[in-house]
Write a protein that binds this ligand. Structure first.
Ligand code: DON
Length: 307
């Protein structure tokens, strides 16, 4: 195998002069105040080896990357009926767009845009209290990463709640179509809290490893999902994981990936490794600018593209 440590070191060295590029999310103070020059990358291979560089062990707000974990939970609870509430098509619109909902009767295009993730939060709630559902999500991510130190940043959750006017609009709109079963406040309580999970690149790469290894986490031996379900989640990450930048990410990186507005990206190289990268500066689609570049450099060096 290629010398992965040398490769991540080289990526870090090459990007060092560019750290700080891109625009850090500033819609809440907790994200606006993050040092724009942070950069971390972690690779965990299906053989259980870890390679990391930079700030790979500094926790950051994973934001929309958490939507991969809530989708996995919802599929576990509801199976294929999940798709009655949320579609599987790329939206070609911004992550927080409302336009398609009116023409498509309150059914979001996919589980990774905000509207779709809100529908998924409703499915995770499934008759539970928001506190129980949030606890279940945290326990699930700890189980995936085999790390009980993972937690939600309560200040981020509070700020999301205080400023989430657009998300309230999306949720109320869906509820008006009868597409949410629970009160909007409960559904968004779950959504805002899972977006506020704080994780390191190392923890994130471990938590995504089951997607690289046919549904089974080789570090713990736990079968998380079936092989078929892992393949399907990867397909959604490839086609929808970067919103209206998904095509560009597939073209340049060639891996299923999910971005978050905190500057993180989780990418899956099936049969090889799970990779997490963090650089807070975003491109115009709200995806990490240098994070995408780092992953492009990685797949160029390793040949890990799925194409
Ligand atoms: O709902 C929001 O606006 C944020 N909590 C999450 C959005 C996000 O991460 C979009 N990703 N680029």
């Amino acid at each position: 195998m290629a010398d992965l440590q040398a490769i991540v070191d080289e990526i870090h060295d090459k990007l060092a002069p560019r750290l700080g590029e891109g625009k850090v999310a500033d819609y809440i103070p907790q994200l606006a105040h993050v040092d724009p020059k942070k950069f971390g990358m972690a690779i965990v291979t299906v053989d259980g080896e870890t390679f990391k560089v930079g700030d790979a062990d500094t926790p950051f707000s994973i934001q929309s990357i958490s939507k991969v974990f809530t989708l996995t939970l919802a599929l576990g609870k509801h199976g294929e009926t999940t798709w009655n509430r949320v579609g599987r098509e790329p939206s070609g619109s911004a992550f927080n767009s409302i336009v398609q909902l009116e023409h498509e009767e309150g059914k979001p295009r996919n589980p990774f845009i905000n509207a779709g993730a809100i529908a998924v939060s409703d499915l995770v709630l499934a008759g539970h209290t928001p506190r129980e559902a949030i606890g279940e999500i945290v326990r699930f991510v700890r189980y995936l990463a085999d790390d009980d130190s993972i937690a939600i940043d309560p200040e981020v959750a509070k700020s999301e709640q205080a400023t989430g006017y657009r998300n309230f609009a999306l949720a109320n709109f869906m509820r008006s179509f009868g597409k949410l079963d629970h009160p909007v406040e409960h559904v968004l309580g779950v959504y805002f809290h899972h977006c506020a999970l704080a994780m390191t690149c190392t923890q994130l790469a471990k938590s995504g490893l089951f997607l690289a290894a046919s549904g089974r986490n080789p570090l713990t031996g736990h079968t998380v999902v079936s092989k078929q379900r892992a393949r399907r989640i990867n397909a959604l990450m490839l086609t929808c994981g970067h919103y209206d930048g998904s095509g560009d990410f597939a073209y340049r990186v060639g891996l299923p990936g999910k971005s978050g507005v905190g500057g993180g990206i989780l990418a899956v190289a099936p049969g090889r490794a799970s990779v997490a990268v963090w650089s807070p500066g975003l491109n115009h689609n709200g995806n990490s600018l240098l994070g995408s570049l780092a992953l492009e450099m990685l797949t160029t060096r390793t040949g890990w593209s799925v194409f």
